[in-house]
Design a protein around this ligand. Structure first.
Ligand code: UD1
Length: 430
């Protein structure tokens, strides 16, 4: 068992470089099988476990994957032969369900176990299924455990999403890209990784327009070819460092970012009293006073991302005044507040709203990473707090943050990973 130990209270200073976007990678890796060719993907966060699991899944269905360097791979999809993915492969992460759209697009058939991933509340896939069916697929869900989708031929069609869903938008794009005719996704998600996926598919010869708006038009093409593609920087990793700079009253130059993707986060940090300076591919965040309060409502892009909600809560826990956070995407995304309360935060949660009464300081404590972004919040809290924080269940954090100990140590944070004996692990006995 491993945990992070943080001695907090030191401002973060210096420069940190953001890795490629996890969420873009998780859509683009399965998309590569839509070509029966070779794709080179660059700027991938190859050391995070979510990306490793996606690569393992590619290999499981017959793709050859070669590591070129520490952030690039070559995917040869010519020998992909299976349309079946078992629970062993899908249980680790939500995004494994993108193989449904990708396999349907490649073979007209997919049999994929229901995905795992962070528990943030019920995670239905009705909008994905609605999209596949609109394209002509027959879809069934066996025992709530396996999704089977098949079609002799897919035909482009209009699809109106009842709810803005990143996952459904990605999956429908994957299934539609080689369907005959035009697919129009209305009320589509507009996240940066949707645009990145469209750019990747277009580099393979697809005809997708409107990604980044709420209407995406996909004119089906017969074949896709290989390409070389570099994915965008990670918006949420960048945002996490931005909040860490502010919460520790530090000064960080965060490099390899697209400032436009960070506007909703920058705006809120400025509202709290931080200074944010934008450059072409970098952003500087500094803070030298106690943060002020502000209210946050999570929304689909370009609104404030739900994936930044736990991190900004740490800053608000230290703010002068009372702030409100309203979570509008997930029903179970405030579990981390119990951990913050152990560190001295004053937070009341009522349904989808957290009321945060700022305190002058947090104190180090043993805490748990309940999920990926909750874990990021614990790191920020530990860095900002007085004293020693120990974070357990860090495997959640490793799902989405690359070289986190090294990156934080390089900017002055006192964090290390330690191995400890799990008292319930009989293999450690004696
Ligand atoms: C969502 C977030 C994404 C974040 C990820 C992990 C949005 C719009 N999406 O993406 O930014 O990175 O969680 O935290 O902010 N839904 C349905 N039926 C469906 C699909 C989704 O009702 O078929 C609902 C979900 O329950 C949820 C909302 O729609 O309440 C958004 O879901 P979706 O965007 O698909 O989730 P992710 O792709 O995981």
């Amino acid at each position: 068992m491993e945990k992070y130990v943080i001695n907090g209270g030191t401002p973060l200073y210096g420069e940190v470089s953001v890795s490629g976007a996890k969420n873009a990678a998780l859509a683009i890796i399965p998309a590569a099988i839509l070509s029966q060719d070779i794709c080179v993907i660059e700027n991938l966060p190859l050391s995070i476990s979510d990306v490793r699991y996606m690569i393992a899944t590619l290999r499981h269905i017959g793709a050859d994957v070669r590591y070129i360097d520490k952030s690039s791979i070559e995917i040869d999809s010519r020998k992909v032969s299976s349309y079946v993915i078992s629970h062993d492969m899908t249980k680790h992460l939500r995004a494994s369900y993108y193989f449904i759209g990708a396999l349907l697009g490649r073979f007209g058939r997919a049999r994929v176990a229901m995905p795992g991933g962070c528990y943030l509340g019920p995670r239905p896939i009705d909008q994905h299924i609605k999209g596949f069916e609109a394209l002509g697929a027959k879809v069934s869900v066996e025992d709530n455990a396996i999704v089977e989708a098949s079609s002799e031929k897919l035909f482009g069609a209009p699809v109106y999403l009842d709810i803005v869903s990143v996952g459904a938008t990605v999956n429908i794009m994957l299934a539609a890209v080689k369907a005959e005719g035009m697919t129009v996704i209305e009320n589509a998600a507009k996240e940066p990784h949707i645009v990145d996926l469209a750019n990747f598919l277009n580099s393979m010869g697809a005809d997708i327009r409107g990604a980044g708006t709420d209407v995406i038009k996909i004119r089906g093409v017969e074949n896709l070819h290989g390409c070389t593609y570099s994915i965008i920087p990670d918006q949420i990793e960048a945002g996490t460092f931005m909040v860490a700079a502010a919460a520790t009253k530090g000064n960080l130059l965060i490099k390899n970012v697209i400032p436009k993707h960070l506007e909703s986060i920058s705006t809120k940090l400025v509202e709290c009293g931080a200074t944010v300076e934008e450059y072409d591919e970098a952003i500087r965040v500094s803070m030298d006073t106690r943060p002020g309060k502000c209210n946050i409502k999570t929304m689909p892009h370009p609104g404030f991302p739900t994936d930044m909600q736990p991190q900004i809560a740490v800053l608000l826990a230290l703010a002068d005044g009372t702030s409100l956070i309203s979570e509008s995407i997930w029903s179970n995304r405030f579990r981390y507040t119990e951990q913050l309360i152990r560190m001295g935060a004053k937070i009341n949660v009522d349904g989808q709203i957290a009321m945060i009464h700022g305190v002058e300081a947090l104190k180090g404590a043993p805490v748990r990473a309940d999920d990926l972004r909750a874990g990021a919040a614990m790191i920020i809290a530990g860095l900002a707090a007085q004293g020693r924080t120990e974070i357990e269940e860090i495997s959640h954090i490793r799902r989405g943050y690359e070289n986190v100990v090294e990156k934080i140590s390089n900017i002055g944070g006192d964090i290390r990973m330690v191995y400890c004996v799990d008292p319930l692990d009989i293999n450690d006995a004696g």
